[in-house]
Design a protein around this ligand. Structure first.
Ligand code: ZN
Ligand code: ZN
Length: 267
């Protein structure tokens, strides 16, 4: 049993703010490497008895730290981890066990998730924690993007000389993409087309997408005049989401009315 590192809690990496995203590096407890003394490789005998240099396990920690930086997690979620998610209410416990199950069993092309509910219920926290678990614990690439940034990135592409396909390729191919705050911001006509293109291409490429949204799924619990997610993103994208994702309500009220018929399969 190794002692717990007071800096990283044995996660092996630490995150620091860099501009508006988190940057990750191997923790001080990983240095110097007890296996290779930081040269990055060790020697092992092969079948013929020759000593050969093999990459040291510490290289993997460096690689995962780089991948975590590339995941583009927002600075305000520096402490977001599945093992620090607060579960004071039963619905929080249910959301956390869903997230743990998803992160532990994740493999390419599994069904995604759609966390919906009012702001401040931990949807983004949980999604960022899932990314962190996948990248650091399992070495699986994942990426976070806010919906409004996605839309402004895509708009630049549409008005520029390159085609939409060239810019969106990394977003299409990453095994898990989190799109945060789906539907937020002013709605423009072309938004639905580019979003539909991205979502369809990920679906066809057997890539998993996780969404969060403040808009309600299904009928009920809406203030007069408040749009539903389906009204917000349009029926075409909404039905695609229903195929791709399992919807999970992120508040107690919704949890209690989770029995009525919903177009999206509920968590
Ligand atoms: Zn450490
Ligand atoms: Zn090493």
């Amino acid at each position: 049993m190794t002692r717990e590192c007071g800096v990283c809690g044995n996660e092996r990496v630490v995150v620091t703010p860099a501009d508006d995203a988190l940057s990750a590096t191997p923790c001080v407890c990983q240095r110097p490497c007890s296996q290779c003394g930081d040269v990055g490789f060790t020697f092992a005998r092969d079948e013929q008895g020759y000593e050969r240099a093999v990459p040291c396990a510490c290289r993997e920690v460096e690689k995962r730290a780089r991948m975590l930086t590339e995941a583009n997690l927002p600075v305000r979620y520096a402490r977001a981890r599945l093992d620090t998610f607060e579960t004071r209410e039963p619905w929080q416990g249910a959301a956390l066990s869903l997230a743990y199950g998803f992160a532990r069993e994740f493999e390419a092309g599994v069904r995604g998730l759609l966390f919906y509910g009012r702001s401040g219920t931990g949807k983004t926290h949980l999604s960022a924690s899932i990314i962190r678990y996948l990248v650091v614990q399992r070495g699986i690439r994942a990426r976070f993007i806010e919906f409004k940034h996605l839309i402004s990135d895509l708009r630049e592409t549409f008005s520029g000389p390159t085609s939409s396909s060239s810019l969106t390729t990394p977003l299409v191919l990453v095994p898990l993409l989190v799109i945060d705050e789906l539907g937020k911001g002013a709605r423009r006509e072309w938004e639905q087309d580019v979003l539909d293109e991205l979502v369809s291409r990920r679906y066809n490429a057997k890539r998993t997408t996780l969404f969060t949204t403040n808009y309600q799924v299904g009928a009920g619990a809406r203030a007069p005049g408040e749009e539903s997610l389906e009204e917000r993103v349009g029926t075409r994208i909404y039905s695609r989401l229903a195929e791709m994702c399992r919807a999970h309500p992120m508040n107690g009220d919704d949890q209690r009315r989770a029995t009525d018929g919903r177009p999206l399969q509920r968590g």
